[in-house]
Design a protein around this ligand. Structure first.
Ligand SMILES: *[C@@H]1O[C@H](CO)[C@@H](O)[C@H](O)[C@H]1NC(C)=O
Length: 299
């Protein structure tokens, strides 16, 4: 009995100390939050603290920017140094500013799943991405001419199931986006001008960071569609399917899961009606009538 009480006291004390430390960090962070954010422009830090120190202005100017002398280190203008996994300092015209990352109290996964990476400040969780819905974003309906190719610019806006999705998901070749032209609003049936993946390297490595979501979107995606091998009735919808990259390389080799909520694959697909159909020679055939969407359910 006596032993149990002692252990409980020790735990209580340790918790209090942690809370005190956290409060101090938050307080300092709040005081200098604005200035540090402005100087570094980094959105990845939850709290920041400024540690400023003037460098010698006589030695080695780069243009009219001064280097910094910081804790025995000599930093050039714009050069940064990492003091520990949670503290990164950058020199800006004679002044060193440090960003201290503080970790969220809830790592975002079951404690048994937490992975500690030496070079990372905060404990890491497996990368879980659950997709709620996929939306094509386009400025205007795509007009096209049968028999010809058309370069199309569009965007993608993903809706994420926040509760099941990890705080951070990052790596390379994580995502891909397939496109095609379909006669059907749900993208079923023959796929015309199908492209397996329109994402470039950077698009495929797009990071998900929960505090910044929404939006989780891609803009200025490009694809060339060939309106060949079918008739007006075949070229009715422009469709995309979001998916996992063919060879995903999650950062630190953490486990990576990407799926649609309830495994409902249709959540990864979106189609939008195409615009006016022309035939070669310029004669206007007709626009795709939005009222004719066969699969639309009327309550
Ligand atoms: C850098 O700092 C010096 C004084 O320390 C100042 O005269 C100079 O204008 C600054 N340069 C820029 C670009 O802000």
């Amino acid at each position: 009995m006596q032993g149990a009480v002692v252990i409980m006291r020790q735990r209580r004390q340790r918790t209090t100390t942690v809370w005190l430390q956290l409060a101090v960090v938050l307080l300092i962070g709040l005081v200098s939050f604005t200035s540090a954010q402005e100087e570094l422009g980094s959105g990845d830090y939850d709290d920041s603290v400024s540690v400023s120190q003037s460098g010698s202005s006589s030695a080695g100017d780069i243009g009219d920017r001064n280097p910094c002398s910081f804790r025995g280190n000599f930093l050039q203008h714009k050069q940064s140094t990492r003091l520990d996994p949670c503290t990164e300092c950058v020199c800006s015209n004679g002044t060193t500013t440090c960003n201290i990352e503080s970790c969220p109290s809830d790592a975002g996964c079951d404690p048994t799943e937490i992975v500690v990476i030496p070079e990372e400040c905060c404990p890491q969780c497996p990368y879980n991405m659950y997709i709620m819905d996929t939306h094509i974003v386009e400025d205007a309906p795509i007009d096209f001419t049968i028999g010809e190719s058309k370069r199309v610019k569009f965007g993608l806006d993903m809706e994420i199931e926040r509760k099941l999705t990890s705080r951070i998901v990052r790596g390379e070749d994580l995502w891909k986006l397939s496109t095609w032209i379909s006669p059907n609003q749900d993208g079923s049936g023959p796929r015309y001008s199908s492209t397996d993946n329109v994402f470039g390297e950077k698009d495929a490595a797009k990071e998900y960071f929960k505090p910044q979501y929404p939006p989780w979107e891609w803009t200025k995606l490009r694809n060339t569609f060939r309106f060949r091998g079918g008739t007006c009735d075949d070229f009715k919808y422009f469709c995309v399917e979001f998916g996992q990259g063919d060879a995903p390389r999650p950062t630190y080799d953490l486990s990576f899961t990407m799926q649609a909520v309830h495994d409902e694959q249709e959540r990864l697909i979106d189609c939008v009606p195409l615009g006016t159909v022309l035939v070669r020679g310029g004669e206007v055939k007709k626009g795709v009538d939005l009222g004719e969407q066969g699969t639309k359910t009327v309550p």
